[in-house]
Design a protein. Structure first.
Ligand SMILES: C[S@@+](CC[C@H](N)C(=O)[O-])C[C@H]1O[C@@H](n2cnc3c(N)ncnc32)[C@H](O)[C@@H]1O
Length: 350
């Protein structure tokens, strides 16, 4: 990729280049999803996933008083598959559908093009700056969005805290580190991040998104549904990884041709959003969310009149979403909402 080979970059700047460089960034030049790509996401495993999200959206819309105007914003929409099925499903519920403005916030022009093809029969608009959508109650959908946002890493040693850098000098790409003043950083972001930690993984850009969105929810009502792989333990650990052709690969190899991702610390996200006086959040895992929303019953209905082989395939796909060894436990579902909204649909099961 086109980067100066005499550079040493903080990890987040390196990831930004590897994933989003205008010419050679991973998300900017090809479709990463599905069999031909490097990984598969839930909406591309089975459309039932997005149908369930659509039903959940209707119940959430009702919980905020069935507003007459309502923004539904998908953050990072990939190939557009999820929003396509959501709009198709919501059409069966015109009292909700007719109130919705469907909006996509997407960074990759290549993927915007794919989304426009996939969603050509739907009324969707694209918005590069989420702060521009600042009126009416708004629901943000973020399926595997935050794991694609660059992170910084910090490691605690005897001598203090060190930030991870990537040294790109010559052809010998390697990790290096620089000593930093963590209290200065905490002052800058006005958030204590290092307490009881030996490793910190955090994304300044993700925090900025959370801050901007929480402010808008506080002002206009609404919520954010985050579905992503991650963990709840307050103690952070190292989760940075690269994926190439459905397998783990080396973060420093195939730069621009592998996805670089990490596991969200949902405890940190909750702590961060708790700073907003009028908001709270609830979390469950994907298995509990989808089963409590009736995905298995829906699969039974859908598969009544289809050949046995297709039925087997459908249940195989659903098992992939629900199995605790696959996506069921690794993926968490978090809802950020106003405290006064006691909505719990999809989050009740323990
Ligand atoms: C892992 S993919 C998930 C795609 C889709 N949500 C799905 O589940 O199939 C991450 C998506 O987020 C987009 N993305 C990453 N950073 C972004 C940003 N800062 N603003 C908007 N979109 C972004 C990527 O281009 C890609 O479409």
């Amino acid at each position: 990729m086109k980067i100066s080979r005499s550079t040493s970059l903080p990890l987040d700047k390196f990831i930004e280049l590897a994933l989003y460089d205008k010419d050679s960034g991973y998300y900017m030049k090809k479709n990463p999803f599905g069999k031909e790509g490097d990984f598969i996401t839930a909406p591309n495993i089975t459309r039932l996933f997005s149908e369930i999200i659509a039903i959940w959206i209707i119940t959430f819309w009702k919980s905020i008083g069935s507003p007459k105007k309502f923004n539904l914003i998908e953050l990072g929409a990939g190939n557009g598959e999820m929003l396509k099925v959501i709009t198709e499903t919501l059409k069966n519920f015109p009292e909700c559908f007719n109130t919705c403005y469907f909006i996509i916030h997407e960074k990759s022009n290549f993927l915007i093009n794919q989304q426009q093809k996939n969603l050509k029969s739907e009324k969707i608009s694209w918005e590069k700056d989420i702060k521009n959508i600042n009126s009416y109650p708004t629901l943000y959908l973020a399926n595997e969005f935050f794991d694609a946002i660059p992170i910084k890493q910090f490691f605690k040693k005897k001598e203090g805290w060190f930030e991870r850098y990537v040294n790109l000098e010559n052809s010998n790409v390697k990790f290096t580190e620089k000593k930093i003043d963590i209290t200065k950083l905490e002052k800058n972001i006005n958030f204590e991040i290092s307490k009881n930690q030996n490793i910190i993984e955090y994304s300044p850009e993700a925090f900025q998104y959370l801050k901007d969105i929480c402010k808008i929810i506080e002002k206009n009502d609404g919520g954010m549904l985050i579905i992503d792989y991650g963990y709840l333990n307050s103690k952070m650990h190292e989760t940075l990884q690269a994926i190439n052709n459905h397998k783990h690969s080396n973060v420093l190899e195939n730069i621009g041709d592998s996805d670089i991702t990490y596991n969200i610390n949902f405890n940190l996200f909750q702590k961060f959003t708790n700073q907003f006086d009028n908001l709270n959040s609830i979390v469950t895992n994907q298995k509990k969310f989808l089963t409590s929303m009736g995905i298995l019953q829906r699969a039974e209905i859908v598969s009544k009149n289809i050949p046995f082989s297709k039925k087997t395939d459908l249940f195989y796909r659903i098992r992939r979403l629900l199995d605790e060894k696959q996506m069921g436990e690794l993926f968490k579902v978090m809802l950020i909402k106003k405290i006064k909204n006691r909505f719990k649909t999809g989050f009740q099961v323990d």
